[in-house]
Design a protein around this ligand. Structure first.
Ligand code: FUC
Length: 807
């Protein structure tokens, strides 16, 4: 209450200018959202998500449960069965055509015999909406404020009408597996509301994106849902809306329960509408579940209704304050582990709304806006990905339509991995867990796909996958052929080990890594001239069929190297490890082509004028570590040439990847200029392959909304100030001159070392290291490389020139 008086007071004093808000931890706006994609604000607890409009007279809340998907074995009998008319038997002919340089024929054969079919891929589905009407309110309001408080993980709306200040609050609690939405006022009896559950009835595209692009839109596939909604009175102060149903497509069952609690006042039912009268506050406690389980091949678990009911009821019984306490303890424990400041100021304030800062960023230096983007990346990761559910998808956990772009699936040729780039470095392994658990679940079907399409041992996963273990190629060969997807995912298993040094984890995931390595052991063969080939292959989504796209060799190099290392740590598979090492010796070197570029293919055919958004052959620079300015300066220079030729345009994720590439090259200034290019306000909700930017709600715009760019940006900020991919803790490796002073706290370096540092006038002034294990660690700053002895858990402070500072 006190806060509100202050708020009103501030408003009166400054005469219409907004009260100050945190410039680096609050997204805030002076009007409700009018577009879901561009303006709504998200909350989530990893299991479920909600996006809110913050409407005064009518609030719409889109609800999601992460596992609610169409597709999979429930959709059709043929799901998971491999087409006998396609497969490895055709590979010999394709190889012959490539050898004869008959690329057209090779491509046609590959498109005919090595593609998959998209049926059963499915799509991430919306769960339903709350529609809450406040008919006694008008849309005319003073002091409207809508915000997402990142430091608390809370959505807040407040406005004043006829002297009454209304406050609305929403948060999602991971420990309680529930979301809470409250609607209150600072004067008793002022909350009147009609609360409805809105069933998703449309099967249409909400957005005009690639109509009929996806096979699940096949008219023969069942869409829609069968749902029952029941609102009932529990007692005078409590109502409940129960929703149970299944998707017609695959029979997936879902259930959602909402307890509606009144503080004073009363309510009645009008059909399934709960009509609240003259309450002081009304609180919705919501939980949901589906019968999905990630167990091959059926992916079907028990009836979700009892679980969802139990969670919602428990949330209601414990009450808002207890839930909030639980949420804050959990959320803030993760969120406040790290901090990043791009000035010396640690508590910056602003009166400018977030969308105006986004627009102004082009002209005005606003380092706190970058801190806000960074903190939002953390917020989104914690909200969209936690242990116990699926990994976050192309839209995190937020989707209001049955046909989202690219099915809101898991794309493994950049997008899914990019989403998790910051997880370990931000010391948030809890958010990585959903992906780490998901990867091994692809193995059973991935093994079948490897045998069928490649005649190999091991397992593969192609470009586009889902919760039901789709691992087959896509239905068009150019983008659909990418057997490296699974191996790339294995980099995350290895990374988690590198950062945590958890040998038991490594032991558990080692078979998954070994299977991915075995695929390459069999697939990479010597041709008649004694050259190792990956044939046929495509560089992701791009270019001609070939006998070896560079990315294949880089991914093979990485998984073989990491599996050798893992086998040595675990002291297993000595004989296999020798064979893997022999294969590594046979891999062709990365090549520098005729215009100094890093070659994308074995042949020197790269065009200087190619602006394609995928630059996959730079995988060895980032996220890989085969190329670096220190170890391989010529290759690093060639990578830079390539980057220069490709230019700075692209989708949101493409620009974000380029920021990371430049950071790995140590080019902070160039990385920053990419950021300037990316931080532009997008107002386009359709599909474009360029003009990547941010929407007013700071969701990254591919366009349309695709969340990978948020995480790619956050990851690049970390790469500016700390890298540890080369067995060194590298401080300020790519600090942009545009950010002369700042600090970071609590980041993690590989080897399980927590690092905090400060810089001023572009120079490191202090660093603190805390290792989880005693030992020798290499620390690099500019051209100084130092070995330091760290004692387990004991902080070591070094000065800017890496001299120990005695406390
Ligand atoms: C890849 C990219 C597209 C898009 C899609 C989800 O196919 O090439 O740009 O990001 O994934």
């Amino acid at each position: 209450m006190k806060k509100n008086f202050l708020f009103v007071f501030a408003f009166v004093i400054v005469g219409g200018i907004f009260a100050q808000e945190s410039a680096h931890e609050t997204l805030f706006y002076n009007k409700p959202a009018s577009s879901w994609m561009q303006e709504s604000l998200p909350i989530g607890n990893g299991y479920m998500g909600a996006s809110l409009f913050g409407g005064v007279q009518e609030e719409t809340i889109h609800l999601n449960e992460k596992t609610l998907w169409e597709g999979g074995p429930g959709e059709w009998e043929g799901y998971g069965k491999l087409d006998p008319n396609k497969g490895f038997f055709a590979v010999g002919k394709i190889r012959d055509a490539i050898k004869a340089e008959n690329y057209k024929e090779a491509h046609q054969l590959a498109n005919k015999f090595l593609t998959g079919h998209g049926s059963g891929i499915g799509a991430f589905q919306p769960l339903g909406n709350f529609k809450i009407r406040f008919n006694d309110l008008s849309t005319e309001t003073a002091t409207y404020n809508r915000k997402l408080d990142l430091s608390q993980g809370k959505h807040l709306v407040s406005f004043t009408q006829n002297g009454v200040t209304y406050q609305r609050e929403a948060f999602a609690s991971y420990p309680h597996r529930a979301m809470v939405f409250s609607f209150g006022a600072n004067t008793p009896g002022k909350v009147n509301a009609q609360i409805d559950w809105e069933t998703i009835t449309s099967t249409e595209n909400y957005y005009d994106v690639y109509p009929n692009q996806f096979p699940h839109l096949n008219p023969n596939v069942k869409r829609g849902r069968t749902e029952s909604v029941k609102a009932e009175k529990i007692d005078d102060a409590t109502y409940r809306i129960s929703v149970t149903g299944h998707l017609n497509n695959n029979g997936m069952k879902y259930a959602a329960y909402t307890y509606i609690q009144l503080k004073n006042g009363g309510a009645s039912l009008n059909g399934n509408t709960v009509c609240v009268k003259a309450a002081d506050e009304v609180i919705l406690y919501f939980s949901a579940a589906t019968d999905y389980v990630n167990i091959y091949p059926h992916y079907k678990g028990s009836d979700p209704a009892p679980r969802a009911l139990e969670w919602a009821q428990k949330a209601y019984k414990e009450g808002k304050e207890t839930l909030l306490k639980g949420h804050l303890k959990d959320y803030q424990g993760l969120y406040h582990r790290t901090a990043l400041y791009f000035t010396k100021k640690e508590n910056p304030k602003t009166t400018l709304t977030t969308d105006s800062r986004l627009v102004q960023f082009k002209k005005t230096a606003d380092p706190h806006f970058l801190e806000l983007l960074f903190n939002y990346g953390k917020y989104l990761l914690i909200s969209a990905s936690r242990e116990g559910s699926l990994p976050l998808n192309l839209q995190g956990v937020w989707n209001p339509v049955p046909n989202p772009p690219w099915c809101s699936d898991y794309h493994t040729n950049i997008n899914l991995q990019m989403a998790y780039w910051p997880a370990e470095a931000l010391n948030l392994p809890e958010t990585h867990k959903a992906l780490l658990d998901y990867i091994p679940s692809l193995v059973p079907s991935g093994e079948k796909t490897a045998t069928h399409y490649y005649g190999t041992r091991g397992w593969v996963c192609h470009t586009s996958t889902n919760p039901f273990g789709t691992t087959t190629p896509g239905w068009d060969i150019v983008w659909g052929h990418f057997p490296g997807g699974g191996s790339w995912l294995c980099r995350h298993l290895w990374d988690h080990y590198r950062y945590s040094q958890d040998i038991e984890f490594l032991r558990k995931v080692y078979p998954t890594m070994k299977g991915a390595a075995e695929f390459w052991m069999d697939w990479l063969i010597l041709d008649e001239s004694g050259k190792l080939i990956s044939c046929p292959s495509y560089s992701p989504e791009h270019g001609t069929i070939s006998s070896g796209a560079t990315m294949d060799f880089q991914i093979a190099h990485e998984i073989l190297t990491n599996t050798v290392a893992a086998s040595q740590i675990l002291k297993v598979d000595e004989a296999d490890s020798k064979l893997w090492q022999e294969k590594l010796q046979q891999l062709p070197p990365l090549k520098i082509g005729r215009w100094g570029q890093l070659q994308e293919w074995s042949e020197d055919i790269d065009s200087k004028f190619n602006k394609h958004r995928h630059i996959s052959h730079l995988y060895g620079l980032h996220p890989g570590n085969q190329i670096s300015p220190q170890k391989t300066p010529e290759l690093a220079a060639a990578a830079e040439k390539t980057l220069k030729a490709r230019g700075d345009e692209g989708t949101g994720w493409s620009k974000a990847w380029k920021m990371n590439f430049h950071a790995r090259l140590g080019k902070g200034e160039k990385s920053y200029s990419l950021l300037k290019n990316l931080v532009q306000k997008s107002t386009f909700s359709g599909i474009s392959m360029k003009n990547g930017g941010f929407y007013a709600n700071l969701w990254n715009a591919h366009p349309p909304f695709q969340i990978d760019g948020n995480f790619g940006t956050t990851a690049a900020f970390v790469e500016w100030v700390l890298q540890s991919h080369n067995d060194e803790i590298h401080l300020l490796p790519a600090l942009p001159p545009q950010i002369p002073a700042g600090s970071f706290k609590g980041f993690k370096a590989a080897g399980n070392v927590v690092v905090s540092a400060k810089w001023n006038e572009g120079k490191l002034t202090q660093v603190e290291l805390i290792a989880a294990n005693s030992g020798l660690y290499k620390v690099r700053y500019q051209d100084r490389l130092l070995s330091v002895n760290l004692e387990k858990g004991k902080p070591l402070t070094l000065s800017g020139n890496l001299q120990p500072v005695t406390p």
